[in-house]
Design a protein around this ligand. Structure first.
Ligand code: IMP
Ligand code: MG
Length: 178
């Protein structure tokens, strides 16, 4: 099976406008607070770097990152993920916003939120650029969501297909060819 980049689902202009709106929502929610923005490597990097630059100065944001990988077939049911890189700093008593590229089955994010909740942050919420609600297996609260999209595999703006195409400025559908 070969893959190629297909038509644009979300253009860079649509993304930029929605990211500014999300920045306003996040700024309003955390104004006057210290906020730890936790990016999930690698997919969220492009989105996070645009999002944090839309936050108002009244939000005192710091950045931290986690890298996770699924445990293979078993994650399809449990959502257990292996932490490849943990946060640098303790989040106890902090306001924490987890930033993800996309919520698909919801297994990864719900597992991550469970792990982070055990560290007793003051508050914990999630922000995802994309959501595929039709695919949900684990209920997960995404407080800030960019776009709901249909059940299509997409790449670009940080999202990859086997490591490829994260650098594309727009979000494209992936086409499968034999
Ligand atoms: P979940 O645990 O099924 O919600 O998986 C979320 C992860 O799957 C995301 O962080 C992405 O790495 C990956 N993923 C799901 N759908 C897509 C897609 O359409 N394009 C690229 N990556 C995807
Ligand atoms: Mg990925």
């Amino acid at each position: 099976m070969a893959y190629s980049v297909g038509e644009i689902l979300l253009s860079r202009e649509q993304i930029a406008q929605r990211v500014r709106e999300l920045g306003d929502e996040v700024s309003a929610a955390y104004e006057g607070r210290n906020l730890v923005v936790v990016g999930i490597l690698k997919g969220a990097v492009v989105f996070l770097s645009d999002l944090v630059r839309t936050l108002r100065p009244q939000v005192e944001a710091s950045l931290d990152f986690m890298a996770v990988s699924s445990y293979g077939a078993s994650t399809k049911t449990t959502g257990a993920v292996k932490i490849l890189k943990d946060l640098d700093a303790d989040i106890r008593g902090k306001h924490v916003l987890v930033v993800e590229d996309i919520v698909d089955t919801g297994l990864t994010l719900s597992y991550l939120l469970k792990i982070l909740e055990e560290r007793e942050p003051e508050s914990l919420a999630a922000c995802a650029l994309l959501d595929k609600p039709e695919r949900r297996q684990a209920p997960v609260a995404v407080r800030f969501c960019g776009f709901s999209i249909p059940d299509e595999f997409v790449v670009g703006y940080g999202l990859d297909c086997g490591g490829r195409w994260r650098h594309l400025p727009d979000i494209h559908k992936v086409e499968m060819t034999d």
